[in-house]
Design a binder for this molecule. Sequence first.
Ligand code: NAP
Length: 293
Amino acid sequence: MSSSGTTTARLLPGAPVAEQVLAEVAESVVALRAAGVTPALATVLVGDDDASAGYIRIKQRQAAELGFVSPHVHLPASASQADLHAVLADFNADKAVHGVLVQYPIPGHLDYDRALAELDPDKDVDGMHPVNMGRLALGLPGPLPCTPAGIEALLAFHGVPVAGREVVVLGRGATLGRPLAMLLAQKRPTANAAVTVVHTGVPDWPRYTRRAEILVAAAGVPGIIQPEHVRPGGVVVGGGVRYEGRRLLPDVDESCAEVAGAITPRVGGVGPTTVAMLFRNAVRAAQRASGLG
Ligand SMILES: NC(=O)c1ccc[n+]([C@@H]2O[C@H](COP(=O)([O-])OP(=O)(O)OC[C@H]3O[C@@H](n4cnc5c(N)ncnc54)[C@H](OP(=O)(O)O)[C@@H]3O)[C@@H](O)[C@H]2O)c1
């Protein structure tokens, strides 16, 4: 109970989940290296956006700490779509490269989705290639989209039962809501849920979110989830965020913690698990490519 007499939800931080996943990745890297395979995660940066350059540097540092090598290509902001495709074609052809990450966003004159489609789906560490979305829909093995996979791992790590429960996802976007719905409906102990997806086509969506045993916000609309949208004692996962400059504005209003039984923290919830899943995809790509998976 807080001093105001309201209950406060148990927090579901992402950092310990990420730590566990990354420890497993590091172990797999050691095993691969012992078998003579050096896992390689290539990175591609287009243009001179400071934030993007910073994100790439963080991922490269983390890759090095985990034992990956990360060949890097930096294209100028003036690069053409063909230039970008040529870089991806080179990495596709290079058997020593197991995963490729194209830092998003890329300059406005370039088409990210078209570039992604050029990438070898087996090297797509973001798990967003159309072939990998198809594999997810069919339940076939392949790289999983990082944020949905991170949310499944987060719930499992914190002992939140998902199987047989009612999950409501607010948002049907390609990065989060749609693939998450597919993932959590799969027949697997950490999934196996009754999943409902709501969006702008369902104006009375609070009717659904209020009955959710697990509510996942995936809209990218700051503060869209308020306490009255949450089932008392339910689990709330904040996936959607909007950035205003460097300021992070989450979908889930902080006051929801007074109604929920468990909730991801405002900062450090889903985000860290997303990055960990990228490295899990990368190491699995190296295992598959070398027949050591
Ligand atoms: N935490 C992380 O690491 C992480 C990683 C990736 C993405 N994200 C975040 O996840 C969010 C979703 O990304 P996305 O690319 O999957 O989605 P998106 O393409 O931005 O789509 C947003 C979805 O939310 C729905 N929506 C928006 N406003 C709504 C409203 N007022 N009422 C009901 N539904 C509403 C939209 O409905 P319609 O389809 O009807 O338009 C749409 O389905 C973004 O905020 C993104 O930043 C977070």
